[in-house]
Design a binder for this molecule. Structure first.
Ligand SMILES: [Zn+2]
Length: 124
């Protein structure tokens, strides 16, 4: 029922891959995902950066229910350090999950997501 290939198709989130799926109490499906993209742009100088700087804080994003289960996407965004800026700032990679957690589904068109499948950040 919860094979990741099916879920991947149902989620339909670009550049996101499923790591594992956990069924928690009260019919909640937690889907742990990671970004399949590498690198981002420095938030200060806008140059492309790909020097790994670990993972940021977990983001829990409420998805529309799947199979009648409350569905939550869990992602730790990749972080990168800029070697161009003198104080070496770090920047979190923006993915559809990160973006949606900040702006809600209205902004998802930027990522080519047409239907409001991901919406309203869930409480962590
Ligand atoms: Zn920079």
């Amino acid at each position: 029922m919860f094979d990741t290939e099916t879920l991947q198709t149902l989620l339909n989130l670009p550049d996101i891959a499923i790591d594992r799926v956990v069924l928690t109490e009260r019919k909640t499906l937690k889907i742990y995902v990671h970004s399949t993209l590498e690198g981002t742009e420095c938030h200060r100088c806008d140059k492309p950066i790909d020097h790994d700087y670990g993972l940021g804080q977990e983001i829990n994003l409420r998805h529309l229910p799947l199979f009648d289960y409350t569905t939550v996407i869990v992602l730790r965004p990749k972080r990168y350090q800029c070697r161009h800026c003198s104080d070496r700032p770090t920047t979190s990679q923006t993915t559809v999950v990160v973006y949606a957690s900040g702006v809600g589904h209205q902004g998802l068109r930027k990522f080519g997501v047409r239907s409001p499948i991901a919406h309203l950040p869930a409480r962590a």
